[in-house]
Write a protein that binds this ligand. Structure first.
Ligand code: NAI
Length: 266
């Protein structure tokens, strides 16, 4: 396989993805605005550090061209860089909304546009179909209280995935992952808090918080030929959090009790 650029590769899900890809022999471009973080991950995995702000198209264009030239052809892209915030909708400032939109949506768009000719030429030169994975969120599928701009931005990332998949088939596949709660530096404060952690675990059917490595393995699956007949899809990995809960359902709960519980209902 040719090279893969991972944005937001200096931390969390991005860093875990860089490590997993490198361990399976892929040449990795670690793109991040955090220079020391990108260099540290690149050094650890023998990859190429690409210092760029995804919201700045000229920096993204340079980074993609560099990755293509120095890593021997661009076969994949992981649009993972993202930022969020948590507060009531009416308390968001213009600057906060603008940042969330520019990093999550414009940033992903800039990377897709810059990578398009490089991915296409990889496919045209016989490298096989190229593959892109965008990182959205369960918040983009169903809103999370306090994350109005982030939920809207991640819904836009899912829409962008489908639009690019349609335009770029068959040369380039474009899919999306939507993680639920994943332990990374982004939310370490919450995970360390006993009350917050047990609350999150209690509303997760699998009973625990997800890991960056578990997310990286779904991203790697979507990048690889193992998912060769998939494009335009959004894979949710959330420990079952978005499944409807029958205990919580005011109609189904009493009905199940009337029939002696879910075991005898059918
Ligand atoms: P993180 O904060 O650990 O890592 C994000 C990385 O993106 C950092 O290295 C940061 O420097 C980089 N970054 C931020 N803005 C950038 C910009 N403008 N240009 C270049 N790099 C930039 O976060 P985490 O948790 O690993 O999140 C990764 C992705 O997963 C994000 O898109 C996030 O929205 C998404 N996600 C995370 C979830 C979680 O529970 N951790 C849940 C759902 C989605």
């Amino acid at each position: 396989m040719g090279a893969v650029v991972v944005t937001g590769g200096a931390s969390g899900i991005g860093a875990a993805t860089c490590e997993l890809l490198a361990a399976s022999g892929v040449a990795v471009g670690v793109l991040d605005r955090n220079e020391s973080g990108a260099r540290a991950v690149a050094e650890r995995i023998g990859g190429l550090a690409l210092v760029a702000d995804v919201a700045r198209s000229e920096q993204v264009d340079d980074a993609m061209r560099r990755a293509d030239a120095e890593l021997g052809g661009l076969a994949g892209l992981v649009n993972n860089a993202g930022v969020g915030n948590l507060k009531p909708l009416e308390d968001y400032t213009d600057a906060e909304v603008d940042l969330i939109w520019r990093v999550n949506v414009t940033g992903a768009f800039n990377c897709l546009r810059a990578a398009a000719p490089l991915l296409r030429s990889w496919a045209a030169e016989g490298g096989g179909p190229a593959s892109v994975v965008n990182v959205a969120s369960v918040s983009g599928v169903r809103p999370t209280r306090g994350e109005a701009p982030y939920s809207a931005a991640k819904a836009a990332v899912i829409a962008l995935t489908r639009a690019a998949a349609l335009e770029w088939a068959p040369e380039v596949r474009v899919n999306c992952v939507s993680p639920g709660f994943i332990h990374t530096p982004l939310n370490d404060v919450l995970v360390q808090d006993e009350v917050a952690r047990s609350g999150i675990e209690a509303r997760t059917p699998l009973g625990r918080i997800g890991t960056a490595d578990e997310t990286a393995s779904v991203i790697a699956f979507l990048l690889s030929p193992a998912s060769s007949y998939m494009t335009g899809q959004n894979l949710v990995l959330d420990g079952g959090t978005m499944l409807p809960s029958d205990q919580m359902d005011p109609v189904l709960g009493p009905l199940l009790e009337m029939f002696g519980g879910s075991g005898s209902a059918g």
